[in-house]
Design a protein around this ligand. Structure first.
Ligand code: SAM
Length: 421
């Protein structure tokens, strides 16, 4: 019956906590759905990859990738002596390996969960659900953000007509229709209501979760998010930087930035007086890990606390690639650290549960480089007030209760990623 309890918690929350306490499985679709009232995240749009291509018939890109990974595998079989950096990377991998294998064992043993996993993609698609139309001409926020006309682009939020909007800076309210118009770039766009709203921008429809806001801008404008008063700062800061990456496909997805740009991110200034937990996504490149440990965290004033692993599996519970493939590991790391706020004293420091080491988060990946929503797993480790103030930097999506910043936080809010309840 314990298993049944775990399953029913999973069905409600999207989070399955295995008996091995440091391992969880998450279904991002269920987690994200907690931010919506009128819409649902479309599982078939979220899980566009890693479901059996024979069933979906549309995973051509994935098939291509796996044939190139076969080539890679062949190349990697050739014995070659590792240089110093590769040895360090291999050492890190060897350390993580037994934990990752144990986590995978936990998953394979959870047969009830595995049965649900196979259907995650189709589970919410009963006939009464209406897929929202796919927009015809998609535009790129990352390009629009930079043009001189950027300040003139507007987004219209369609609030339910009975809703009495509070007076916000920078928005015009139409009392008859409930519509509110905001400049879309370099401006904080807020849905402070307890229900999701739909929004229109350049002939496309977007869905904004309840109690959420976004600020869409280039890096130069991030300073506008620094709160005037420090007790309005953030207690949880999740960062997924556009690290430079050798892979060409990555470059086509979004612009990247050299490491030195991240040194000047105003993490300290964004932090709440009571301090913050900072979670940083990193790739497996050893050079990057060194940069984060030796330069980036120190320059942000962060004390390293723990590493989490995101283990990527397919719908059948197997890894998306060979665990030992050198340049294509089936996992990524989330590095966690604490930043003391000005008002943090040692008594407060002991009033929340510090984050534990080596947690393993298993999920089936969504779109390219889309990270699973980890906020819920981190909340109990966040210092400061109980309703934590949360921000995601370089976000491509929005979450209820969060501020999303980046040059395309509306990317995954397009209506084609949703179905109407
Ligand atoms: N966490 C995201 C997700 O799960 O979908 C992925 C973030 S992706 C690694 C990095 C993001 O940073 C991209 O959306 C990219 O467009 C954005 N970005 C790149 N250069 C930027 C800049 N100069 N200012 C703001 N955002 C930028």
């Amino acid at each position: 019956s314990k298993t049944r309890d775990r399953l029913s918690v999973f069905l409600d929350s999207g989070i399955y906590r295995f008996e091995c306490s440091n391992v969880v499985f998450i279904d991002p679709v269920r987690v994200l759905n907690l931010s919506y009232t009128r819409f649902r995240v479309s599982p078939s749009a979220y899980y566009s990859r890693f479901f059996d291509p024979k069933c979906s018939g549309e995973d051509r890109h994935e098939t291509k990738l796996s044939s190139s990974s076969k080539k890679r595998k062949r190349r990697e079989k050739k014995p070659h002596s590792l240089n110093e950096r590769e040895r360090a990377a291999d050492q890190r991998h060897q350390q993580a390996r037994p934990m990752l294998l144990k986590a995978l064992e936990c998953l394979v043993a959870a047969t009830d969960l595995l049965a649900i996993m196979r259907n995650l993609r189709s589970v919410f698609c009963p006939l009464q659900c209406r897929e929202l139309p796919t927009p015809l001409n998609e535009h790129s926020f990352t390009e629009l953000c930079r043009v001189w006309q950027a300040p003139f682009y507007e987004i219209t939020l369609n609030f339910p007509q009975h809703h009495e909007p509070s007076r916000d800076a920078g928005s015009l309210i139409d009392p008859c229709t409930g519509q509110r118009i905001f400049p879309v770039f370099n401006n904080l766009v807020v849905n402070e209501t307890g229900s999701d709203v739909d929004a229109a921008f350049l002939n496309e429809k977007y869905i904004l979760p309840k109690e959420s806001c976004f600020y869409m801008s280039e890096l130069e404008q991030i300073h506008n998010l620094i709160p005037a008063e420090a007790d309005c700062g953030f207690n949880l800061i999740v960062v997924d930087p556009p690290w430079e990456n050798a892979s060409a496909s990555q470059k086509l997805l979004y612009p990247t930035l050299p490491n030195r740009y991240f040194l000047s991110l105003p993490i300290k200034q964004l932090t709440h007086t009571d301090g913050a937990l900072v979670a940083l996504w990193v790739t497996n490149r050893e050079k990057l890990r060194n940069f984060v440990e030796k330069e980036l965290f120190p320059s942000w004033g962060i004390r390293y606390a723990a590493s989490f692993y995101w283990l990527k599996v397919k719908a059948d519970g197997s890894l998306i690639s060979d665990l030992d493939l050198f340049h294509h590991r089936p996992y990524e790391c989330l590095l966690l650290g604490y930043l003391h706020g000005e008002g943090t004293n040692s008594e407060q420091m002991s009033s929340w549960r510090a984050v534990e080491h080596d947690k393993i988060i298993i999920s089936i990946p969504g779109d390219y480089s889309r990270k699973p929503p980890v906020g819920e797993l981190l909340l109990e480790h966040v210092p400061g007030p109980k309703r934590a103030r949360c921000i995601e930097l370089f976000a491509r999506e929005m979450i209820g209760g969060w501020t999303s910043w980046g040059n395309e936080p509306l990317h995954f809010q397009k209506s084609s990623y949703f179905i109407e309840r």
